[in-house]
Design a protein around this ligand. Sequence first.
Ligand code: PLP
Length: 390
Amino acid sequence: MKKQTIAIDTPFQKSDAYGALSMPVYHTLAYEFADADVMSDAFCGRIEEPDYSRVMNPTVNYLELKIKALTGADRVTAMSSGMAAISGTLISLAEQGKNVVASRHMFGNTYSLLTKTLPRFGVTTHLCDLTNLDEVRRAVDADTCCIFLEIITNPQLEVADLTALAEIAHAHNIPLVADTTAIPFTEFCAHELGVDIEVVSTTKYLSGGATSLGGMVIDYGGFPEFARRLHDEMLFNLGAYMTPHVAYMQNLGLENLRARYDLQVRNTVYLVNALRQMEGIKSVNYVGLPDNPYYELAQRQFGKTAGCMFTIDLESKEACFRFINNLKLVHRATNLFDNRTLAIHPASTIFGPFSDEQRAAMDVLDTTIRISVGLEDMDDIIEDFRQALL
Ligand code: PLP
């Protein structure tokens, strides 16, 4: 079946007693077993039956199964947020004395996890330029447990060569872990590019207009010890599994993702092209523009689309604040791929807690505004930009 049909018509694990068309919300915690043998089999993982909803729930499991069918992954684990997916993955891969090789360009909380939280447990991070393969080769050593990156970094919009990074990782027998939040996993096959583990904030595209927080770990099965630790330890011990109501909403989001994404991408291209002609904007940065330095690589890796996130640069921080304060329709809010168009000044918000030096090292500029494009009519959004720049 084609992906869009899989997204709609993946069969339930068991037929529903009432013939429900949508997977119902199993707002249940415990499950009864026919006998002690079946109970033991379920608890010891010999059969895949729900035993307790912290680690397995039919509604959540249905969403996992759909994503498994869509991606061809070995195992998909739904978590309570993107950060839960990222932290669960890194904790599964790392241990005291190990290090992670990662880009200097990362979402603020991921950066904080790698540079503040994990070091307290003896796990360090070698930050480097992942677009410079020699630097990556020098950064990887015998204690490196993975190479980690975002496919389009937020908000610097950098794209690294996944196949080349996978080659380096695999030469050291370690996985390439990619945060693929910026482009839906239905649009391209990360595994074909060498990615071993995908982590996704499903809060973004999948939730269907900011309905809920969620995360996904999509494991292509190349590292069995990782799969065992994520499932047998992190799921049980961290207690950050997705809840059934969230899975219900995100399943609906997955069903109409194709239609929303197509329109959002069209809106993004239209808006970006209009803004390039507008006075008062120093630069418009979008990986989907043919003159963007990452355009060809992004097209090769992600196919025809480049997502719905872009940035603009204005003259100064003051000009950015004035613009944001003047907006009447575009919302002053953090989130990506909402139904609404959103604007945020990353340096003073997501990256506000970092020092000037750290922001400079991460290339987070005072002059940058990040835009996430929504589903509105872009002519209204363009008018809002125009009046806000005056
Ligand atoms: N990864 C990226 C690239 C993000 O932009 C975000 C949040 O904005 C996250 C991860 C964290 O996701 P969540 O808010 O679902 O924890």
